[in-house]
Design a protein around this ligand. Structure first.
Ligand SMILES: [Zn+2]
Length: 88
């Protein structure tokens, strides 16, 4: 799991806005992100520990401990879902 901070997600956020990958909700905090430039599909999952956000993706960048745009895409969808829940 990679700890998500404002600093280490910045580049990925920019890339995510550019590529706009499709995200599909699977179940609580688990998402599938469809790559924009090839047919790859990545499972992305999230965790919150002591108020810190953590994320994990299946791609090579994530294996190296980097925040990829799949994580950001999933995180955005996750935050959206959480806010819907809170709104109810
Ligand atoms: Zn990834």
């Amino acid at each position: 799991m990679i700890r998500l901070t404002t600093e280490n997600t910045q580049k990925a956020v920019a890339k995510c806005k550019q590529l706009k990958p499709r995200v599909k909700f699977i179940k609580d905090r688990l998402f599938v992100v469809y790559s924009s430039n090839n047919s790859n599909v990545y499972h992305v999952s999230f965790e919150v520990k002591d108020g810190e956000k953590f994320g994990k993706c299946e791609c090579k960048a994530s294996e190296k401990g980097l925040v990829c745009y799949h994580l950001v895409a999933g995180a955005t969808a996750n935050i959206y879902r959480q806010s819907l829940k809170l709104a109810k």
